[in-house]
Design a protein around this ligand. Sequence first.
Ligand code: GLC
Ligand code: CA
Length: 577
Amino acid sequence: MYHNLCMKHNRWWRDCVGYVIYPQAYLDSNDDGIGDLRGIESKLDYLRDLGINLIWLGPIFKSPMEDNGYDVSDYLSIAPEYGTMDDLKHLIDRAHELGIKIILDLPLAATSDEHPWFQMAIKDPDSAERGYYFFRKGKLKDGELVPPNNWASFNSIPAWTKVPDSDEYYLHIFAEKQPDLNWSNPAVRKSMADVALFYLNLGADGFRIDAMAHLSKDMSFSDSNLPDHGNGFVLDTDKFSNRPEVGEYLKEFSDALNVDHDPCLIGEAGGGITPENAARLASIENGPVSMIFNFDTVWNNGAFGSIDKKDEEIKTDLVLLKSNFQRWYEKCHGVADMPLYWCDHDHPRVLSQYGSEKYRNESAKCLLTTLLFLYGTPFIYYGDEIGMSNVTYDKPEDFFSDSATRTDVAYLRSKGYGDEQITHYLNRCSRVNSRTPMQWDRGENAGFSKKGSVNKVNGNYLQGINIYDQMRDPWSILNFYQYAIWKRRDALLNDAVINGTLEFLDFYNPDVFAYRHVGASCELIVVSNFTEKEVDFPFYHAIGEVILQNYDNVYLRDHTFHLRPFESFLLRIRNDE
Ligand code: GLC
Ligand code: CA
């Protein structure tokens, strides 16, 4: 009988509420200033109580940490600062005892330049490892050696770095210390499938396939025809994003894994993947991956690259946000599973983007309610459950743990921006905002570590934004999260959310995000005011039950909701009339 290896076994992730842990910043068990696996293990009970049953663990492999672990120098060793292979095994086993699955972040599009493969490739041009990467001869221009083509990397420099004492360059679409792997080479694909199998055999439940969109490059390496950025180079993501071969590579990869396992494989797809393409890759029937993370619903407030903007100009474009969720839903529902998230370690905190620090409590709850009941598997970013927000650091150097931010700062300074303006911008946009220590209590460093931390702790942990205080406050964001997550996991509600149809209500309303699910045995409506003002919202449905609310009463009169700032409801609708 023909056995389609791509066939997913039971799509267990549809019953999950996920949680994202950035290992460096979660909890430091040995007070060396760096979060670690034992720290995470000691908080599994907390996560179980919160209702989490799936963890996406940021990269934990051995790495020089140029890109905080996304630059791996040995895939089969754990970074010593995070612990040992035994610690990982313990963590996974303990999580499983508590009913929590763990997926590992696997950066497989590039390695560190300190990986032995790359070291060998540089040392011996005739080695097999040379073919693991992209080496190309430079071009002569006016008697000078220049990179093989005009591609820029995401870090805004040429995407090529010259090999010392040679006329060849290697390709890196991110930092110089992250040479890209050549996935057209079968030996690379086999090595990566072996790495993945090793961790599945250890007990991992799947992977976040980091930078999945970039697994394939335009192998003609022809120049981009887009206008350059003034320095002769151009970031033309089409040259290395979402190219057709990505699907073939992933199929081979997932076929190798699916023989003996049932992993959840979540592709991270930047570079403007279309919902159509994602629905193919994550197709329930024969797609190689389980779900695709897309970026269409982040930055819908004009904050990206907003150095020249005033604070007042940063405003959530709610119709755009709704249309992005709708587009993805329409292409994926019934055809492919989808993850849901507001932000991750690559973006500033959602509370400071779409929410409001002034209405922290209300907006944190509103954001959760709105996301949690959309179609897909929700992923909560660590710290969002207590309303963690962006930092207020004093100078650009405070953000320098992140190489991408360092590159940005160098660029902005070269353009003449002063440090005050740059700092203001970074406090709004740097991804370091979401990499500060988890705020556990009112102790030193918010209870994260006695030693300190890679990124400075956000001082607001002393104003109640910590787990300890919020556990003791019945109206806290944390207690709301716990209640809401358990509701989301209720089988009846989950069925309506995953299998029911989704329809946006009053779609063009610029202030209110409202939608309805009609499930087989239950009808749900979410109504969320995404503004700091009071707004009226017409409502003609019969409320059976108010399941979630973030104010203590409901003003519904004459078929109109009088919504207060960031007021939000999850309602069960009576359909017995
Ligand atoms: C992924 C990661 C990001 C990293 C990049 C390059 O996009 O999420 O943090 O910088 O890959 O490795
Ligand atoms: Ca530590």
